[in-house]
Design a protein around this ligand. Sequence first.
Ligand SMILES: [Zn+2]
Length: 65
Amino acid sequence: MKYCLHCDWSVGESDGLTATERSREALEHHVETGHAVDSSESMVRPDVPSLAASTLVADLLGSPE
Ligand SMILES: [Zn+2]
């Protein structure tokens, strides 16, 4: 699927478009909004791994003496 890095826009195989059509949709979204569109092989929108992020924060905050 292709998805926007700035808003909720996305287009995937479940939308019934061909790869060419999805690429065109992504380009149109970029042209219309100036948003950056990224693509992923997965069917779901990738998220920042919250577990890793919270672990990192804990490491920064919890430095034992
Ligand atoms: Zn967007």
